[in-house]
Design a protein around this ligand. Structure first.
Ligand code: KG4
Ligand code: ZN
Length: 336
């Protein structure tokens, strides 16, 4: 009998469903919530409401395009956390009702572990142990990945996530949400050394990204006093310079982690791993330092249910199921 799993992702502002059959992803349906654009960031209540609207059609489409009948499903997987409580509740509640009605088990998945396990969707996959730099809107972590189900956080941000630094910079510049991809786009044609911003250096393998946000705020305020069109005139250079600083900070600790743990299998994961500058820098380091670098395809960088399905497949093989009394965890930790 094949292991067929329906997976649901609803942790933030993407409603997504995917079906996996014996470890092979059959589809990855994602409904992006455009309702947040005019607010310049995710509005939690609007996100929950949009999940309520999108979830059933997204799941229907995933089941239909998988070619399977829902009676052929072996389990239902869902994101338990971390994420927005109201958004998580929509996915968890649906998963419970669906599993109960079909009499099949449920599998809870940690969203951040799933970002890392997205590396096993396509081949070649990283070899264990590897280090994964997970960079998203809510997290920045260096994770030592020992097996599909054994992970240890060896460094992380002590304040803001790097995705937040991208998004807040974009907001200060008056760019539309989500800001990360906009900064990436303008940075392509800018000079990364045009302006310099402070590099924070935290103890051990930890990061801090709150300082650069304040530095950008004061920098723009001072320049705008002299020239009211400063941002419009220098958009590409500002984006390139901020992005250069953020990537430099990310790479400093990644290099340190690789050295301490003597590992040269290096992966990146999470929404910010879609960043072209970050991808190029990693490719450069791979030839300089002899790293084997793994970069997920764009489809699996930002939030998606295929990564939840992949993580659920490994948990199914290990017979890790959960009960119908499970509840979401907004602050779920890796490896706990
Ligand atoms: O993993 P993700 O989709 O959601 C969370 O779990 O947070 O990550 C979203 C983050 C946002 O901060 C977004 O601006 C950032 O990923 N992002 C990017 C790019 N694409 C998405 N940041 C920089 N460059 C990009 N190309
Ligand atoms: Zn994510």
């Amino acid at each position: 009998m094949k292991i067929n799993i329906l997976a649901i992702e609803s942790s933030c502002d993407e409603t997504s469903a995917s079906v996996i059959s014996d470890g092979k992803i059959l589809n990855n349906i994602v409904a992006t919530q455009s309702v947040h654009e005019k607010y310049g960031g995710v509005v939690p209540e609007l996100a929950s409401r949009a999940h309520q609207q999108h979830l059933v059609p997204v799941i229907q489409e995933a089941i239909k395009t998988s070619g399977l009948d829902k009676k052929e499903l072996s389990a239902v997987a869902f994101t338990r956390g971390p994420g927005l409580m109201g958004s998580l509740l929509v996915g968890v509640s649906f998963a419970k009702a669906f599993a109960y009605s079909l009499g099949i088990p449920m599998i809870e998945v940690n969203h951040m572990e799933a970002h890392i396990l997205a590396h096993f969707i396509d081949h070649p996959a990283p070899l264990f142990p590897f280090i994964c730099l997970t960079v998203s809107g809510g997290h920045t972590q260096l994770v030592l990945v020992k097996s599909h189900l054994e992970m240890e956080v060896i460094g992380e941000t002590l304040d803001d996530a790097v995705g937040e630094a991208f998004d807040k910079t974009a907001k200060l510049m008056g760019l539309p949400y989500p800001g990360g991809p906009m900064i990436d786009k303008f940075a392509l044609n800018g000079d990364p050394k045009a302006y310099s911003f402070p590099l924070s250096d935290m103890p051990d393998l930890n990061y801090s990204f709150s300082g650069i946000k304040t530095a950008v705020l004061y920098f723009l305020r001072d320049r705008l006093k002299e020239n009211a069109t400063f941002i419009d005139d220098n958009k590409n250079d500002i984006c390139a310079s901020v992005q250069y600083t953020l990537i430099k900070m990310l790479m400093q600790k990644l290099k340190k982690a690789a050295k301490i743990h003597r590992i040269n299998e290096i992966a990146i994961a999470g929404g910010v791993s879609a960043n072209l500058g970050l991808r190029a820098e990693l490719e450069k380091l791979s030839s300089e330092l002899g790293w084997k670098v793994y970069i997920p395809s764009f489809e699996y960088c930002t939030d998606n249910a295929a990564m939840i399905a992949m993580a659920a497949h490994f948990k199914f093989l290990n017979q890790e199921f959960c009960g119908l009394d499970i509840s979401p965890l907004a602050k779920m930790k890796i490896g706990k």
